[in-house]
Design a binder for this molecule. Structure first.
Ligand SMILES: [Zn+2]
Length: 113
């Protein structure tokens, strides 16, 4: 599994990037007609909400890209699979589920607080 982790992570980067592009295209604020659009107020609110949702998800995806890049760095350095915080070996099961994991479950929980 560790042998192809680099390509798994690289594939994740591509998928994340594509998702971001799709998101951007679905942003009503990206619609060139939006500026001159004199739509009703409720349409405006709906577009605002859609825009906020897209912004939030884009931010999440951006974080993900950073994490994946860091994981790739750790593959290069040979530290991939060890928790960044406590240095414990991250279980393969977890890495299979979330290949870009930088922390073990315990530390991840700690950091979320
Ligand atoms: Zn840890």
């Amino acid at each position: 599994m560790k042998a192809n982790i680099k390509s798994i992570l690289e594939q994740e980067l591509i998928t994340t990037d594509e998702r971001m592009k799709t998101l951007k295209q679905s942003d009503p604020f990206m619609d060139p007609d939006h500026v001159i659009d004199n739509a009703a107020v409720d349409t405006d609110v709906r577009e605002q909400e859609a825009h906020m949702r897209i912004e939030a998800e884009t931010e999440e995806l951006n974080d993900r890209v950073l994490t994946i890049n860091e994981a790739l760095n750790r593959v290069e350095k040979g530290t991939y699979g060890s928790c960044k915080r406590c240095n414990t070996t991250i279980p393969d099961k977890r890495l299979e589920l979330i290949p870009e994991s930088l922390y073990c479950v315990a530390c991840e929980e700690e950091l979320k607080r």
